[in-house]
Design a protein around this ligand. Structure first.
Ligand SMILES: [Zn+2]
Length: 491
């Protein structure tokens, strides 16, 4: 008896069973339901920040799952590509979540140090260096950054989906729609691989679909270099304040300029790289295609023989949610690309963040103030430092941010590239020295009283900074020619 028809029939029924299983998977994932209430989990941010480095060092990151909790609603869904660097993700998380509490607590601590110095409980600094305010401020800032108990509950797949039990892992992945529906917002930890990963795009599609049609989806995008830049500027400022008085004492303004240059050069170089990253993100979002995206199940454009294919399931879900793949891709190419690029170009480093980064200027000023005997001179010192902290530095930084944007293109050789970054920082240092020279040689000659001279400086520079931050045209994201570049509006 010839067994071929039987085998063919058996193969056909097996294929039909696979198809029907895959179709039921598609229907389940597209329905955005949870396999069980236990798979919708979140983890308090402070717990994640405290335990993730510990488990990472021990090679036991999968243990994070035991520290997650079943939730019905949580604050943020963190979407990320597993290919991205873990270090930059950690710094971004710390700066985004703990940056403001660290700034506020450090300010409270320096006010306390000033009061204790006034009551002569703490002794003022000697002439060679920073004292209580800089030391206490930096200690409180960096320890709060690491240890603040942030109560926001987040979803991170590594912690909230079981990574060791295959069945539970499959249930968690299949319930991503339900998990995204339970999230109030989405944070995309974007990197060069994000827009090429199929599962990342699935998360984005599911989140957009889960929001009511009339509301704007709240998506925060965090490029890899943003946190390191904020941290680098703060740390550079702190180093500068630590060397400020030794530099002035031993070498005057030239040495101070040199010290500032070394401290801030790295930040300038990184900001240029950040703008190139934004360009790349905009380009990738403009050219994004489900068919070309990558996943571990199968290569793009090949026939997948697996029982359930991730690519087919995700494509079916997107068709069910948006009508067609093309409609979803068009939304990413135009609407979402423009929204995200605009946010990254114009709102990634705000005035308030600049003030936070420049806080060490005030700390050193308060240390100097403690050494003055006369109340009038104390007030004059405070006015001078407020002018630098709140007006002069934000003014220079805004100008230099725009300069780094204009000169963001990578140069022909590494040496020229570094020279360009150094040139931008040289402009920043020169502008700061110019502001000091204007204060010393013009304002203080016209107004002999140091308090009134410094208050006038605060007023003039404050107005200039406010005008620059309000009036400088925003970087415009092009409407047409979506796959190419961003352009400056009105410039
Ligand atoms: Zn596949």
């Amino acid at each position: 008896m010839d067994g071929a028809p039987l085998r063919q029939s058996s193969a056909k029924s097996s294929t039909d069973a696979s198809r029907s299983f895959e179709e039921s998977c598609c229907r389940f994932v597209a329905s955005m339901a949870a396999a069980s209430p236990e798979v919708v989990r979140g983890i308090p941010l402070f717990r994640l920040v405290r335990l993730a480095p510990l488990y990472w060092l021990r090679g036991e990151l999968q243990r994070l799952h035991h520290r997650s909790e079943v939730v019905t609603e949580f604050d943020e869904f963190w979407s990320h590509s597993w290919q991205a660097s873990a270090g930059s993700k950690c710094i971004n998380i710390l700066m985004r979540t703990n940056g403001v509490p660290a700034f506020l607590l450090s300010m409270v601590s320096v006010m306390l140090a000033t009061l204790l110095a006034r009551l002569e409980i703490l002794h003022p600094r000697d002439r060679f260096g920073a004292a209580w305010c800089v030391l206490l401020g930096s200690l409180v800032y960096y320890s709060t950054l690491l240890l603040w108990r942030q109560r926001r509950v987040v979803f991170l797949d590594l912690a909230c989906i079981n990574q060791t039990d295959r069945e539970l892992k499959a249930q968690g992945i299949g319930s991503l729609g339900a998990i995204l529906k339970a999230s109030k917002s989405m944070s995309v930890m974007w990197d060069a691989t994000y827009a090429t990963r199929l599962w990342c795009m699935f998360e984005l599609a599911a989140f957009l679909h889960s929001r009511p049609a009339e509301s704007k989806a709240e998506i925060m995008v965090c490029p890899p270099l943003l946190g390191p830049i904020r941290l680098g500027i703060h740390f550079g400022m702190l180093l500068l304040m630590l060397v400020y008085w030794p530099a002035v004492f031993f070498g005057g303004l030239k040495v101070l300029g040199g010290a500032a240059f070394v401290c801030l050069c790295w930040a300038g170089h990184t900001v240029r790289a950040y703008w190139r990253d934004v360009d790349m993100m905009e380009k990738q979002a403009g050219q994004f295609s489900i068919a070309r995206s990558l996943c571990s199940c199968c290569d793009a454009g090949t026939e997948c023989n697996k029982l359930t294919c991730d690519r087919r399931i995700i494509a079916a879900c997107i068709r069910a949610w948006f009508g067609s793949i093309a409609i979803f891709e068009e939304r990413v190419h135009y609407e979402e690309r423009k929204l995200l690029a605009n946010r990254l170009c114009n709102n990634s480093i705000t005035y308030f963040e600049m003030v936070q980064a420049a806080a060490p200027i005030l700390w050193l000023g308060l240390d100097v103030m403690a050494t003055r005997e006369n109340m009038h001179f104390k007030s004059a010192e405070l006015a001078k430092d407020c002018a630098r902290w709140l007006a002069i530095v934000p003014f220079i930084m805004k100008l230099c941010l725009r300069l780094t944007y204009s000169l963001r293109a990578r140069c022909c050789t590494v040496h020229v590239d570094i020279l360009v970054s150094c040139g931008i920082v040289a402009v920043a240092v020169a502008l700061f020295l110019l502001s000091t020279i204007i204060d010393l040689n013009i304002l203080q000659r016209l107004i002999p009283d140091p308090l009134y001279a410094n208050l006038t400086s605060l007023g003039i520079w404050g107005l200039a900074a406010a005008l620059l931050w309000r009036v400088l045209p925003e970087i415009q994201v092009a409407d047409e020619d979506h796959g190419t570049r961003l352009s400056l509006g009105h410039v």
